[in-house]
Write a protein that binds this ligand. Structure first.
Ligand SMILES: [Zn+2]
Length: 452
């Protein structure tokens, strides 16, 4: 841990600084000194939205948000995501495949993504198919069909559950490329199916596809019209410009669809820090991940490009766009019991949210929703607690102990079944208020875009 810096303030990461919001602008419920009734009233807007932007923090439960807030801006600071005017909670449970009338209380990202993307509950591992394994249309597919432009952005592999549920339908999330179809014979092209997640994403053809997972796009299509081509070549034949680094992304033209594949697997982490132990760690701070590939864009870079491209593409159209932006490795670093990894990804996700909220300020006919797909392991605890703990010194100059206690340190920490935050602003945002079900979000999007 020699790389750890003594003061978090020395982090030079531009996006970390960009994510700090000292004074919430419309924080309806956060300031007890002011009567926010009028602000809340003004935040409630019905009607249709020109654009819908979903920002999905994978595994970003309330405790993940609080950990990142405490560390980065202090207990009484506010992240960009905290400034959305209307906030509720939604339930995330999946259903049991053998008996779909029974809940599966702890969901994975595939079942939960299928919930918000299609309006249907399904089993863990399902990618926009029902418990019967029948495909159901997704909000991105419906928006595209209705004439909206579309985008799907992630820091994970593009074939990972969250980006996959928007543009593909397979019976197992593992079926990421033509060489990985063992669990999805019915979907395999060689059996007359629609193909792997990589193949289907390219066939669904969102205008913007940005993330990792290049290894699956490099696999060879085994049957059908594109047999013998790699999935990447199939994309090129269908007009995609392919980019593989930040420079290429910046130079990409809005006149053609963009497929950005910036890493073989998931994209690199923003931060590094201490590994939790049974007896805890000495207080320390996080450091920028020096091993991160410099040519990879940050999430905020991908979000900015997606916004500018989709905005240009719809400049002369009555209809705008649907865009999903995922902070994927909040979840992955929670699985890995890596507090600084998890916080760095949350801060990077918050920088993308800040960028989207700036866009919304200029385009108030945009519905912005910030939520998660499920809760996760990490908890803020007293020092000397059971489980694996690490202690970080926060922005407040106080020590915060974080515990991981759902698996051994050598294993993968587990999701939890808690409800999670859903916050929104713009037309139809009032539909996130109270306690809703994850599947309700699909209908909110549908109503906002006039697809119902
Ligand atoms: Zn996970």
């Amino acid at each position: 841990m020699n790389a750890l810096r003594s003061r978090r303030g020395r982090l030079t990461l531009a996006l970390a600084a960009a994510a700090i919001v000292a004074i919430p602008t419309v924080a309806v419920a956060s300031d007890a000194h002011h009567d926010n009734t009028q602000a809340a009233r003004q935040a409630i807007k019905g009607g249709k939205a020109r654009n819908v932007i979903l920002l999905l923090g994978d595994g970003m439960g309330d405790s993940e948000i609080t950990i990142a807030r405490n560390y980065q801006v202090g207990a009484n600071g506010r992240l960009a995501m905290d400034t959305l005017p209307l906030t509720g909670a939604y339930t995330t449970y999946a259903v049991q495949k053998a008996n779909p009338s029974l809940p599966e209380y702890v969901t994975d990202s595939a079942a939960s993504g299928t919930g918000w993307a299609t309006g249907h509950k399904t089993y863990n591992g399902a990618i926009s198919v029902l418990p019967s394994e029948q495909p159901v249309p997704t909000i991105l597919e419906l928006a595209k069909k209705a004439g909206y432009r579309t985008g799907d952005v992630t820091t994970a592999e593009l074939q990972d559950a969250t980006p996959a549920v928007l543009g593909s339908h397979v019976i197992s999330r593992d079926c990421k490329g033509p060489d990985a179809m063992a669990a999805c014979a019915v979907n395999d092209k060689v059996n007359g199916g629609a193909g792997s997640i990589a193949e289907q994403l390219v066939q669904t053809k969102p205008d913007v596809l940005l993330g990792g997972g290049k290894q699956y796009f490099d696999q060879t299509v085994k049957a059908g019209k594109y047999q013998g081509l790699t999935v990447l070549q199939q994309a090129q034949v269908n007009d995609y410009q392919i980019v593989t680094d930040a420079t290429g992304l910046a130079a990409a033209s809005p006149s053609k669809p963009i497929l950005g594949a910036f890493a073989k697997n998931n994209m690199d982490l923003e931060w590094t820090g201490p590994t939790p132990t049974r007896t805890g760690t000495a207080p320390s701070t996080c450091a920028v991940n020096a091993a991160r590939t410099a040519s990879q864009p940050h999430l905020v870079d991908m979000a900015s490009k997606a916004l500018s491209v989709l905005d240009k593409q719809t400049a002369h159209s009555r209809k705008g766009f649907f865009l999903q932006i995922e902070g994927a490795s909040i979840d992955k670093q929670d699985h890995a019991a890596n507090p600084c990894g998890q916080i760095g990804e949350t801060v990077a996700f918050d920088a993308a949210i800040k960028k989207v909220l700036e866009y919304q300020k200029q385009h108030p006919d945009t519905l912005v929703v910030v939520t998660a797909d499920h809760g996760h392991t990490s908890q803020i605890v007293e020092a000397a607690t059971l489980g694996y703990t690490a202690t970080l010194t926060t922005h407040d100059g106080a020590n915060m102990t974080i515990s991981y206690a759902t698996a051994d340190i050598t294993g993968s920490q587990q999701h939890t079944g808690t409800e999670v935050r859903i916050a929104a602003g713009g037309p139809q945002a009032a539909n996130v208020l109270g306690v809703t079900n994850q599947t309700d979000l699909f209908f909110t999007f549908q109503r906002a875009l006039g697809l119902g």
